[in-house]
Design a protein around this ligand. Structure first.
Ligand code: ADP
Ligand code: MG
Length: 337
């Protein structure tokens, strides 16, 4: 692709697919984490789909059990970001035709074990899908369904100036875990290496937190593209700006050790994707309730910044960093194209 014809996934969605969704308010113009379909009697169904492709979203050496857990988690994460309770999913698999039948059997048995374990934890079940062979790479898609009380779904577009910006858990572990797996983090103690790799392979979806944020948070997104990129998504959808105080971004013990050894990797922490934590905004007076939710779920919820007034239309990034060089950040987020 030439530089001039380069485009990104969001431009593709906006140009080619959003017009197909224009007549259906359930789709939010394809600009949120999932669609919400009102089904009557005060309930809405939340629908999301995500695909993982070997070599793009996971490594060929990743165990099938953890690929299964990741595939479910990335979908459950979008349901969590809408504040919904998951109830079922469909599964489509495109399996390489080059695999022998033993290889196929073994891989699928381990993959199904991984799905079984994760679906039991969450209390959901598989309800359909599709199974095909492909001359291309292994490609796995889940469509996940959840429910939410109509009108209570959490959106990206409802942040307000003055809101505090929170993140759940710790940030950057998945991006550093990928670097650990590809041999880039030499000198790291083994237990830290393992902790980061585990977070890359098996991200946790914040299902309980998403439901607790209904009626509490103003705007919510899950962190799949990276902290800066996803905060920027909230800003764009809400027509606001944000400051991000990088010193307040919560790091795991393993990530702290990596950043102490390689300070330049703080950029990976801020812009790397795949954490699947929730990023949300709430008014300052809600902080005691947020702290109570944090205690109840035994999950850290940290203030990392603040929402401000809208910026001029010429600003490419609505997020201003405090404590890190801004110029390095302009292209935050993973780009498929
Ligand atoms: P996320 O990172 O939360 O999974 P994406 O960035 O993949 O979200 O997608 C952004 C929005 O665009 C979502 O609402 C998604 O449903 C929609 N979308 C993405 N690809 C397509 C497509 N091919 N057709 C219709 N909608 C799409
Ligand atoms: Mg999302």
């Amino acid at each position: 692709m030439t530089e001039a014809s380069k485009t990104d996934e969001f431009a593709i969605i906006a140009r080619h697919f959003a017009p197909l969704a224009a007549a259906q308010p359930s789709a939010f113009g394809l600009t949120d984490d999932a669609a919400v379909v009102h089904v009557g009697s005060g309930q809405s169904v939340v629908v999301t789909t995500d695909t993982l492709i070997v070599g793009v979203h996971f490594l060929p050496i990743d165990p099938p059990e953890s690929v299964a857990a990741k595939l479910l988690s990335v979908n459950l994460s979008d349901l969590a970001a809408m504040g919904s309770r998951p109830f079922a999913y469909t599964l489509s698999v495109a399996l390489p035709s080059s695999w022998g039948s033993d290889e196929l059997d073994q891989w699928l048995a381990a993959f199904a074990r991984g799905l079984a374990e994760r679906q039991t934890e969450v209390g959901i079940a598989l309800i359909g899908g599709d199974t095909v062979a492909t001359p291309g790479p292994l490609c796995l898609t889940i469509t996940a369904l959840g429910t939410v009380a109509t009108g209570c779904e959490l959106r990206r577009s409802t942040a307000r100036p003055g809101d505090a910006v929170y993140v759940s858990g710790t940030i950057g572990d998945a991006a550093l875990g990928l670097r650990a797996l590809t041999g880039e983090l030499s000198g790291l103690p083994n237990e830290h290496w393992k902790a980061l790799v585990e977070r890359y392979r098996v991200p946790s979806a914040r299902t309980a937190l998403g439901q607790s944020l209904v009626g509490l948070a103003h705007a919510v997104i899950d962190i799949s593209d990276g902290l800066v990129a996803d905060l920027n998504h909230i800003c764009t959808a809400s027509d606001v700006s944000a400051t991000l105080e990088t010193a307040r971004v919560p790091l795991s013990a393993a990530a702290r050790t990596v950043v102490a050894l390689h300070p330049e990797l703080m950029l990976s922490v801020l812009t790397g994707g795949d954490d699947y934590e929730l990023l949300f905004t709430a008014p300052p007076e809600a902080n005691p309730v947020v702290e109570a939710v944090s205690r109840e779920l035994n999950l850290p919820l940290s203030v990392v910044g603040r929402i401000g007034a809208p910026l001029g239309a010429d600003q490419s990034l609505a997020v201003r960093l405090v404590g890190h060089e801004q110029s390095a950040i302009t292209a935050g987020g993973y780009r498929h194209f």
